[in-house]
Write a protein that binds this ligand. Structure first.
Ligand code: FES
Length: 101
């Protein structure tokens, strides 16, 4: 596991998913107030970028076909079927966001 700088806080508009690649891993970052979520950035259902999705209250809805992921755990579902993405630890230090990938 590697801890690496992923973004500056100023790059993350509140409640808007942003794509980042860290250590060759595609990620989606979402800032919600003081908290930053980080998860794997590609939907396992049909490979859409999750950064294209819609964020609301800790959950991200994939633009592809509507699966919904809890960004704290990575647990998701589509029409009642479970899906999973990896959720990564994100930490804000000063104006930088560090993630463990
Ligand atoms: S690609 Fe994400 S729900 Fe189908």
């Amino acid at each position: 596991m590697v801890r690496a700088a992923a973004a500056k806080l100023g790059e993350l508009p509140d409640k808007r998913p942003v794509p980042k690649t860290v250590e060759a891993t595609p990620l989606v970052l979402v800032r919600d107030g003081e908290r930053v979520y980080c998860a794997y950035g590609i939907c396992p259902h049909g490979r859409w970028l999750l950064s294209l999705g819609d964020y609301k209250e800790g959950k991200l809805r994939c633009k592809g076909h509507g699966s919904v992921y809890d960004l704290a755990t990575g647990a998701g579902e589509l029409n009642g079927y479970p899906l999973q993405i990896k959720a990564y630890k994100a930490e804000v230090v000063g104006d930088s966001v560090y993630v463990e990938v």
